[in-house]
Design a protein around this ligand. Structure first.
Ligand SMILES: NC(=O)c1ccc[n+]([C@@H]2O[C@H](COP(=O)([O-])OP(=O)(O)OC[C@H]3O[C@@H](n4cnc5c(N)ncnc54)[C@H](O)[C@@H]3O)[C@@H](O)[C@H]2O)c1
Length: 354
């Protein structure tokens, strides 16, 4: 199968690109190369005859038309997005432009392409989304595919909007879509502004490890390579028009996750132990959702998929990867905003229209 992957230079998209090429699929990686991108993430497939790269922006509709006409993919896996909640609090405009308008452009480009090709039955538009669209849970319960949408951050609101567009393009125009909503990912190649790499890298540098609020927020952690495997499963065997929740079956409070990473580092770098004395509680994120948890029944029962990596094992692999790959993460620390506390201000003065 020839797959157009958007956002293939990002964290999850690059895991999809690497796995799809390893399984013999042709892959076209479309990415605008924003601050979050890194072509080093796909270095292991760059020389493969199965791989092609197109630098293009979702906001540029003619560019999307050109890439589709040039490569004629059998499927689109849409991962490109602005993805960092804290950045969405400081600057929501880019999130609307890329996640909402960009997804609209891609849907229209895909629809035009699909019609030109004679509505091939096997064509798929796979939209990759997040469990954050469902809002927050209390101490119990899980998100199912039927949970009402209740996004709380600018990021999750724009992802929710894009999910609705994708659903409507199926219902109205018959575009063959599948959707997935996934829990928090972690693993190799994770950009160093997200929680797990921040903890690892701050601990390695002997810097304070920031934990929002009291660290009681609960997330359902999924190893990124398991996510990539689940995405290819849904792409190939998911029912058209249906959405699937993907979870790690690994719920943990943030503070427990951080403690586990510190314990792994104590083991691997005993000379710097204990690492958990670096934990520092900082003011909570505005609108911070308390708990996310995925009910994975549908993907498990319909498609026979479940995660293969436990949180303890996945975190160990991740910490070891960061210890071995300083050449990968060191240059990223200099990128704009990395290492700063973002998303703390909810000023009444929004971004200028200029
Ligand atoms: N990270 C998670 O835990 C998680 C969980 C569930 C779902 N998701 C979803 O998975 C997808 C990928 O997330 P990620 O963590 O890999 O994100 P990421 O920020 O690491 O990568 C996003 C990629 O999209 C590209 N991009 C951004 N704007 C673009 C534009 N206008 N045009 C073209 N390319 C553009 C960037 O250059 C980057 O390579 C997103 O849609 C996100 O909402 C993420």
């Amino acid at each position: 199968m020839k797959i157009l992957v958007t956002g293939g230079a990002g964290f999850i998209g690059s895991a999809v690109v690497r796995l799809a090429v390893a399984r013999g699929h042709e892959v076209v990686n479309l990415d605008a190369l924003t601050y979050a991108a890194n072509l080093a993430n796909v270095a292991q497939v760059t020389n493969s005859s199965l791989y092609a790269f197109e630098q293009a922006d979702l906001r540029d509709r003619p560019a999307l038309d050109r890439v589709l006409a040039a490569h004629r993919p059998d499927a689109i896996m849409h991962l490109a997005a602005e993805s960092h909640v804290d950045r969405s609090i400081d600057g929501p405009g880019t999130f609307v432009e890329t996640n909402v308008n960009g997804t609209f452009n891609l849907l229209e480009a895909a629809r035009a392409y699909w019609l030109r090709e004679g509505r091939p039955e096997g064509f798929r538009f796979h939209h990759i989304s997040t469990d954050e669209v469902f809002g927050t849970l209390g101490a119990t319960g899980q998100f199912t595919e039927d949970t009402p949408y209740a996004p709380n951050s600018p990021y999750s609101a724009t992802k929710a909007a894009s999910d609705h567009l994708v659903r409507a393009w199926h219902e109205t125009y018959g575009l063959p879509v599948v959707l997935t909503n996934c829990s928090n990912n972690y693993g190799p190649f994770h950009f160093p502004e997200k929680l797990v790499p921040v903890v690892i890298l701050n601990a390695l540098h002997g810097k304070p490890i920031p934990v929002y609020g009291q660290g009681l927020n609960v997330r359902d952690w999924l190893y990124v390579e398991d996510h990539a495997d689940a995405l290819l499963t849904v792409l190939q065997r998911g029912q058209v028009g249906r959405s699937y929740n993907i979870g790690g079956e690994n719920e943990a409070r943030n503070i427990d996750l951080v403690q586990t990473i510190c314990a792994i580092l104590d083991d691997l770098r005993p000379e710097a132990a204990p690492h958990d004395h670096l934990i520092t509680y900082v003011a909570d994120r505005p609108g911070h959702d308390l708990r996310y948890a995925i009910d994975p029944t549908r993907i498990r029962e319909e498609l026979g998929w479940r995660p293969s990596v436990t949180l303890e094992e996945g975190l160990r692999r991740t910490v070891e990867w960061y210890l071995r790959n300083e050449d990968w993460w060191r240059p990223l620390l200099a990128r704009q905003g990395v290492g700063q506390r973002l998303g703390t201000k909810v000023d009444p003065v929004p971004e200028s229209a200029e």
